[in-house]
Write a protein of this length. Structure first.
Length: 122
């Protein structure tokens, strides 16, 4: 079973560029969504607005990657929310796309390693 990567970002050009790079770098199914599904085997890539749409507590928050626009007025609030929810990975829009992909693939690895009965390399 392929891991799904759900991208819920308001910045359409960043979302599309990130999706293209993920598709060329990995075999995961990449989906764009406005309403992330908290399916336990999916990696969720969200911004501040979509983070608020996730249930609290987030099931398995280690698979969530928060993308923050550091120029936003909501940076401190987003970081505090991410901390409170147990999010492990935060990247900035100004980070390079390869850095963002690395954070997402790291979340994917954490997700696949923690699934019961899942063997790495399946």
């Amino acid at each position: 079973m392929r891991t799904k990567i759900q991208i819920a970002l308001s910045n359409e050009s960043y979302r599309n560029a990130l999706g293209r790079m993920l598709r060329s770098s990995d075999s995961s199914e990449v989906l764009y969504t406005e309403e992330p599904n908290v399916n336990p085997d999916a990696v969720l890539v969200v911004d501040f607005h979509h983070l608020d749409r996730l249930p609290s507590p987030i099931p398995r928050p280690e698979r969530v990657v928060l993308v923050i626009d550091e120029a936003s007025d909501h940076v401190h609030q987003a970081l505090a929310n991410a901390w409170d929810l147990g999010v492990h990975s935060v990247i900035y829009c100004s980070d390079s796309l390869p850095t963002a992909v690395l954070a997402i693939l790291s979340a994917k690895l954490r997700t696949t390693r923690s699934l019961p009965g899942k063997v790495i390399g399946e």
